[in-house]
Design a protein around this ligand. Structure first.
Ligand code: NDP
Ligand SMILES: O=C(O)C1=N[C@H](C(=O)O)C[C@H](O)C1
Length: 272
């Protein structure tokens, strides 16, 4: 275990999560911001990362040269877009460093690329980096196992801010996977992602998703288990993005001394 502060790069530094990560690194022990990256052509390139994050100047100019930053750093915190995260995973494998990926909306092909990068990098990826949601996942799996599919219907409801581009949220899918695991079924085969028009009655055993978007909502998730004459609702409300940023930094510190691999927040939190 190194006694030095872990040198971290934030990619997507000017985004909602990028700025939160910069403030969180500034406030946490054991880590320091080494570089901040935005895409080539971004108006934020060349600006002071601390200024952009609302901290005031910290002497780190946002760069559009990720590899130069990665080879000198120990970890990357990445909340960007699926295409960007795939590119960054190739670079983090080249640099053989820690890569924490919070990006959602990734395809199965993207996941294969991350897994391949995990042969050289230490990748931690999760649709939600908060302790609360990962605990909710464990509770969802237990509830789904205990309440049988013949009598209990599972619906997952989420709401996020109006800027969010993917649906269902990564968290909703994480919770759906947990419910499917509890029921020992394949989520892809059982999920109902959209309902519209004359849908017919609900098929027993399916796991339904409903998506709401509006305003500045950071993240609201509920897992509803609906039975005859009673309902169990498990839910989580995010009121501050720092919960995701603290989780991401914790994941980077956890992965620092691990072997290359593809890990989840459940591994980091000891909930797997
Ligand atoms: N797992 C978790 O706990 C959480 C996950 N998320 C996920 O994180 C992602 C980002 O969310 P959010 O911060 O709200 O989104 P934003 O759009 O605010 O931020 C994304 C940032 O990444 C930048 N970016 C995109 N492509 C590149 C690239 N190739 N190189 C460098 N920078 C790039 C964007 O720049 P530009 O605007 O120029 O495209 C933007 O600044 C989403 O997928 C979201 O769902 C969010 C919160 C928690
Ligand atoms: O885009 C967001 O904001 C969030 N995205 C993640 C998701 O898709 O679940 C996590 C969190 O809910 C915020």
């Amino acid at each position: 275990m190194s006694g030095e502060d872990m040198k971290l790069v934030v990619v997507g530094a000017a985004g909602r999560m990028g700025q939160t990560l910069i403030r969180t690194i500034h406030a946490m022990q054991g880590v320091r911001l080494f570089a901040a990256v935005e895409r080539a052509g971004s108006p934020f390139v060349g600006r002071d990362a601390g200024d952009v994050a609302g901290l005031g100047p910290i002497g780190i100019a946002i760069t559009d040269q990720p590899l130069e930053a990665f080879v000198e750093a120990e970890g990357v915190l990445d909340f960007t877009s699926p295409a960007a995260s795939v590119e960054f995973s190739v670079l983090s494998a080249q640099a053989r460093i820690v890569h924490v990926i919070g990006t959602t909306g990734c395809s199965a092909a993207d996941e294969e690329r991350f897994s391949a990068a995990g042969r050289h990098a230490r990748i931690v990826k999760s649709g939600n980096m908060s302790l609360g949601v990962n605990l909710l996942g464990v509770l969802t799996e237990q509830a789904a196992r205990a309440l049988g599919a013949a009598d209990w219907d599972i619906e997952i409801l989420e709401m996020h801010h109006k800027h969010k581009v993917d649906a269902p949220s990564g968290t909703a899918l994480l919770l759906g996977q947990a419910a499917a695991k509890g029921r020992a079924v394949d989520l892809d085969a059982q999920s109902v992602r959209v309902r519209d028009g004359h849908t017919g009655a609900r098929t027993a055993g399916t796991i339904g998703f409903a998506t709401l978007r509006g305003g500045s909502v950071i993240g609201e998730h509920s897992v509803i288990l609906a039975g005859e004459g009673e309902q169990v609702t498990l839910s989580h409300s995010a009121t501050d993005r720092s919960i995701f940023a603290r989780g991401a930094v914790t994941a980077a510190l956890w992965a620092r001394d691990r072997k290359p691999g593809f890990y989840s927040m459940l591994d980091v939190l000891g909930l797997s």
